[in-house]
Write a protein that binds this ligand. Structure first.
Ligand SMILES: *[C@@H]1O[C@H](CO)[C@@H](O)[C@H](O)[C@H]1NC(C)=O
Ligand SMILES: *[C@@H]1O[C@H](CO)[C@@H](O)[C@H](O)[C@H]1NC(C)=O
Ligand SMILES: *[C@@H]1O[C@H](CO)[C@@H](O)[C@H](O)[C@H]1NC(C)=O
Ligand SMILES: *[C@@H]1O[C@H](CO)[C@@H](O)[C@H](O)[C@H]1NC(C)=O
Ligand SMILES: *[C@@H]1O[C@H](CO)[C@@H](O)[C@H](O)[C@H]1NC(C)=O
Ligand SMILES: *[C@@H]1O[C@H](CO)[C@@H](O)[C@H](O)[C@H]1NC(C)=O
Ligand SMILES: *[C@@H]1O[C@H](CO)[C@@H](O)[C@H](O)[C@H]1NC(C)=O
Ligand SMILES: CC(=O)N[C@H]1CO[C@H](CO)[C@@H](O)[C@@H]1O
Length: 433
């Protein structure tokens, strides 16, 4: 028993420390600096951020990037982004730098800025799509002109201590590393040029660092049992229970009640789970060769429209998805041998916007899966998802013993063996991964 507890603790501790997401083991945000030219007192670099996470995007109000200069560098100018503070530039007389802070904080510009302030892939208010949903929009870039810096690849010092908010906490960035220089093709693709020097920084996400509680929960039901297993109580923490709003409250008619806050703080509808998002999984029909599941996502946050939302589900039958109605679907196969995870997201201009809490605050889909006669079962909760993520954050599932059952057959021993096994596997993956 003590061993088990130690293993569990180690596993939680380690998996948090390395920010490891088993459903997206290579997911990260990479920040690349390409030095394009040396200047009399420094260099001009193009900074490109790529979101390589399959299903975790950066939503409004967007990313905030920070670092600490290694020497006394200043930013003469920026195109396609800006620092939030200029800092103390009183030492400068003729030309005043854009930023003199030792640890600049950079944000994207908003859409529609004047043409001369734009840069390719800039000016999206810091919003970045996930790689799985739209790789072309999973990128953000700006140009920075650095002064009082090294002027050759021998003397330049890499910036240190990178930080990334996306938009909240959760990301940890590694050190900048010099990598082979990026190659660029001219637009006619007939000439190749290369950066004078390139360095990369990799940032990874950990839900444990992002927030204390989950931000979504799962409820389940089935056609074969009237029981609706609701989300666990206080799944997302009940500290703010006194600040929630009842769905029939007169306050909801007040002007401005839906206006988002700068820090994205929620205004929740009162529920026993206190989650901004609930995912409902209903086993709807059992045909001879197929079965059908209905998925509904409900928003309980009056102050948030979820744009470009994503839903990730792990279920053993997702290797035989025959049809997904009214959502887009993409299988995710993080490990080539297991094909049990997939990503659902809204169709552009149809339901890629999950509206604020209220009558329109939900999106729904149905999934048709072909049965594998050796594995398909309505028993022991097999038909319910193993893991659910909304916008890249893991949702709390109800405990398996609360699942609607087909008959009164419990097999506790089997459950504990499989639990043991998955712990072992997780520890193995964490230690060796
Ligand atoms: C970052 O993600 C890319 C794409 O998935 C992957 O190739 C790369 O190895 C990752 N980098 C790290 C340091 O994990
Ligand atoms: C550096 O980052 C870019 C993406 O910005 C990526 O394509 C490249 O593979 C990275 N290089 C290394 C060595 O990680
Ligand atoms: C620096 O530039 C020299 C040539 O000017 C090159 O040989 C060397 O590999 C470069 N070093 C780095 C770290 O890019
Ligand atoms: C970077 O962060 C580490 C740990 O947080 C700190 O010890 C170090 O002084 C920082 N470096 C700079 C240059 O700020
Ligand atoms: C959500 O979007 C609708 C329509 O675009 C808009 O009227 C509403 O104000 C938005 N709500 C929030 C919380 O941003
Ligand atoms: C995974 O299953 C989906 C069907 O749900 C299929 O389209 C896809 O090709 C499979 N991928 C692999 C790697 O087997
Ligand atoms: C429905 O599921 C509940 C919870 O597992 C169980 O207690 C009940 O016996 C089931 N009812 C039927 C008719 O199978
Ligand atoms: C019944 C059926 O179509 N089974 C297929 C499910 O998916 C696996 C792997 O993707 C196939 O090998 C099966 O034939």
């Amino acid at each position: 028993m003590r061993f088990l507890v130690t293993v569990l603790f180690l596993c939680i501790f380690l998996s948090c420390a390395v920010a490891y997401d088993p459903l997206d083991p290579t997911g990260n945000i990479t920040i690349k600096w390409d030095v394009m030219s040396w200047t009399p007192d420094g260099y001009v670099a193009v900074v490109t951020m790529n979101n390589f996470q399959m299903y975790r995007h950066i939503m409004s109000p967007g990313w905030t990037l920070g670092w600490t200069w290694a020497k006394k560098e200043v930013i003469w100018s920026m195109v396609g982004a800006q620092t939030t503070e200029q800092g103390d530039c009183s030492k400068f007389k003729a030309t005043i730098p854009h930023c003199c802070k030792k640890n600049p904080t950079v944000v994207d510009l908003l859409p529609g800025v004047p043409y001369n302030q734009q840069f390719s892939n800039c000016c999206k208010g810091g919003v970045m799509s996930s790689w799985g949903q739209d790789p072309q929009a999973a990128i953000s870039a700006f140009q920075v002109s650095v002064g009082q810096a090294g002027t050759s690849n021998k003397t330049v010092k890499l910036p240190k201590n990178f930080t990334l908010l996306g938009p909240g906490p959760g990301y940890t960035c590694g050190p900048a590393k010099v990598v082979p220089s990026t190659n660029f093709l001219t637009t006619d693709r007939r000439r190749k040029t290369q950066a004078l020097m390139t360095w990369n920084v990799t940032c990874t996400f950990s839900q444990f660092l992002a927030r204390k509680h989950p931000s979504c929960c799962v409820s389940i039901s089935s056609f074969y049992n009237e029981t609706i297993t609701s989300c666990p109580s206080c799944a997302c923490g009940c500290e703010n229970k006194n600040k929630c709003i009842k769905s029939d409250s007169k306050l909801l008619n007040m002007v401005g009640i839906n206006t988002p806050r700068k820090d994205n703080s929620p205004l929740l509808q009162c529920t026993h789970h206190m989650c901004p998002i609930r995912v409902h999984w209903h086993v709807k029909v059992n045909y001879k060769d197929y079965w059908r599941v209905k998925i509904a996502i409900t928003n309980f946050n009056y102050r948030m429209n979820y744009t470009q939302w994503t839903l990730v589900v792990q279920h053993p039958n997702l290797n035989n998805v025959t049809q997904v109605f009214s959502f887009d679907y993409k299988p995710l196969a993080p490990y080539a041998s297991i094909n049990d995870t997939g990503m659902f997201y809204g169709m552009k201009f149809y339901n890629d916007l999950l509206m604020e809490a209220g009558p329109s605050g939900n999106v729904q889909s149905e999934v048709l899966m072909q049965k594998d006669k050796y594995t398909f079962s309505l028993k022991q909760g097999w038909a319910f998802p193993r893991k659910v993520y909304f916008n890249g954050e893991e949702c709390m599932l109800p405990p398996p013993d609360a699942y609607p059952s087909l008959e009164n057959s419990a097999h506790p021993s089997r459950v504990s063996i499989s639990t043991l096994f998955s712990f072992g596997l997780l520890v193995f993956v964490v230690m060796w991964g």
